[in-house]
Write a protein of this length. Structure first.
Length: 54
């Protein structure tokens, strides 16, 4: 998580707490598929800007 946020935003973070994980299935009509599986993760973070792109 830390590396991905830093690469994408230039913000250095500390993960404070995992607030929850959920997954669910939804009906979905696309090609041969009839449903899609979604997963979501919610976390509490502290972030500060870092001069990553110099």
């Amino acid at each position: 998580m830390k590396r991905e946020v830093l690469e994408e935003t230039g913000i250095e973070i500390e993960v404070i707490k995992n607030l929850g994980v959920i997954d669910f299935m939804l009906p979905w009509e696309w090609e041969e598929y009839s449903r899609v599986h979604h997963s979501g993760v919610t976390i509490s973070i502290y972030g500060r800007w870092k001069s990553y792109y110099r």
